[in-house]
Structures are given as C-alpha cells and as structure tokens.
Design a protein. Structure first.
Length: 323
C-alpha cells in the first residue's frame, strides 16, 4: 500500500507545467523551496507551511450558526482521508492536510468566527460522522444527489465535473454511453461516478451493445498502475484530480468530461450537513460572502479550479437523480 509520504514525495518530484503554472500563489520559483516549510511544485506550495488565504468573521453571518456551536467555538469538519490532489492530500510532512477543500472550509469557518477541528476518515465514515453528530460539516467533494437530500442539507460551493482518463495515445474519446461499450473502466465505489457508469452500462445493454466492465481499487495509485499496465481502459474520477494527474505524471490523457450529475443536469459540489442541523443557511451565506469579497476566487485559482467556480451558493438545488 502506498503511504501518504510516498505519495507526497512522488508529487513533489513532478513538474506540473500545463495545469498549475498558471495558478496564483507566492512568487518563488516554480519548483524549489521558498520560505521555511514551503515546497513548490509547478508554482503550488505542497509543504506544510501553506500561508492559506484567510477570511474575517462576519457578525451577521456568524449569528446564523446555532448557539451551541457558537459557544463551542469550533466547526467539526470531516474530510476524506484519501489523497486526491488538488482537492485534498497531505503535505510533504506527511501529516498536514492541504488542498482546495480545506482552504475553502477554512474561509467558511473564518467567516463564521469558528476554528476548524478537522478529521480525515474514509469516505463512508464521512456520512456516518454526520449521522452521529460527530461532524458539523463535510467539505470533501460531495455531490448533491436527490437520495442524499433525504438525509442531508447542502450549500453548493463548486461545480462538479468528472473525467475519463486513459493511457496517453489511446486514440479513444468518450462523449456518450456507446463510446464506453465493451470497455473496462475503473471507478471508486459509492461515488456518483459509479452511479453514472452503472447507468451507462445498463443503457448500452438495453440498446443491444456490450455493457461496461467496472473495476474497483482502494487507492488512486492503484487505479493509475492498472491503467498503465493495461488492466483497465480508463479511470472515471473527479475532473480536478484527473487534470492534476495528467499534468504531473505525463503518462495519461483526458478522453472525455461530463457533469457529475449526468447528461441532463450540471452537478454541484456542496458543504454537507445533517438535515435539520440548522447550519446550511450559515454555510450558504458564508460561501456567498467569500465569493463577493474575492477570496473564494483566489483559492480556486491557486489550485487550478477557476473554471469550476459557482456564481453563488445554492441550498439544496436539484441533484443527481436516483437510479
């Protein structure tokens, strides 16, 4: 199994020119060391000393937070422990969580006058943590779905796009279900990408075409090893992570992108809380505040995600339909 340190070291050794050289950040050289604790890869600091973009408390918005949480003074945050640059991964010290998701969560917490109490757990335990009250919020690339809306409230903060990644020079493009017929494609279990792939396979079989063979692995590194060895034809995952990997490893290519909610709806990524917790209005107001003051755009630009910005936060918008 690849350790966090192995992944961080591997990322640090790569030159990430196309995607990340245009990102905002410090003015040090594209690769090398800036201030103490700062390690630059392609212009992005992946060291533990992040110099995060910070926000200021907005009293009217902070007042929307339930009294018990205001008195506690912390926002108990859940994030996936999986390493998925640039969304969430570990710095070169192998213990500091960095990436766009924690940067945005930090801005929201600052606006609400709260200190982040961050915990990284497995994907399924994010929702267990919300259900049990262990977490007040999850900022971890969670897509709004109609099924999830039955148990959780959502305040959107980013567009959700997904991408098919194949070995470089594959000569293959994916724009519709028929393009994936008969192929072997890997996807993470329990994700919306999986739901879309299962639906596509059913559509193909109903139309008399071959279905899709779906493969599952534990870690991103396992997916990429399978891709390079030819055990799978493609990997379907979040577009930001796929673009980061393509730009850094230079062994694969994006062969198709689509909305994380499927063909008929633009997917949305959202701050997630237990339904009825009283927090969703505060989250949405905080996101809108940082959109207006420009700090939101600076964070997305820093991580190469400017094209996934939302103009405003929406509470419980239409989500990925049930299968």
């Amino acid at each position: 199994m690849t350790s966090r340190r192995t992944l961080a070291a591997a990322v640090a050794a790569l030159v990430v020119a196309p995607l990340l050289s245009a990102c905002g950040g410090d003015s040090d050289a594209a690769t090398g060391t800036g201030s103490s604790g700062t390690k630059k890869v392609g212009g992005v600091n992946i060291g533990p000393d992040q110099h995060r973009i910070r926000g200021k408390k907005a009293d009217e918005i902070a007042a929307l937070v339930p009294a018990a949480i205001r008195e506690r003074g912390t926002l108990r945050l859940g994030q996936s422990a999986d390493a998925s640059p640039p969304l969430g991964f570990y710095a070169t010290d192998d213990k500091t969580r960095i990436g766009s998701e924690i940067d945005l969560a930090t801005l929201v917490a600052d606006t609400l006058g709260l200190k982040l109490d961050n915990d990284e757990v497995s994907w399924e335990n994010l929702f267990v943590g919300l259900d049990s009250g262990k977490f007040d919020a999850v900022f971890s690339n969670v897509t709004v779905t109609e099924e999830r809306k039955e148990k959780y409230d959502f305040a959107t903060y980013r567009l959700d796009n997904i991408a098919f990644e194949a070995k470089k020079g594959s000569g293959w493009k994916v724009e519709s279900p028929e393009d994936a017929a008969g192929r072997t494609i890997a996807v993470a279990s329990g994700t919306n990408q999986e739901k879309i792939l299962v639906d596509w396979s059913k559509q193909n079989e109903k139309a008399g075409r071959k279905g899709i063979t779906i493969k599952y692995f534990q870690k991103d590194t396992d997916y990429y090893l399978a891709l390079q060895s030819g055990r799978i034809d493609a990997y379907l995952g979040p577009s930001p992570s796929a673009a980061y990997h393509v730009a850094s490893a230079e062994q694969s290519e994006i062969i198709g992108t689509l909305s994380g909610a499927g063909d008929d709806l633009q997917g949305k990524i959202a701050a997630t809380t237990r339904k009825g917790s009283g927090l969703v209005d505060a989250y949405a107001a905080a996101v809108n505040h940082v959109i207006e003051d420009g700090s939101y755009a600076r964070v997305l630009k820093r991580w190469g995600l400017a094209t996934e910005a939302v103009p405003k936060s929406e509470i419980n918008p239409p989500g990925l339909p049930k299968i």
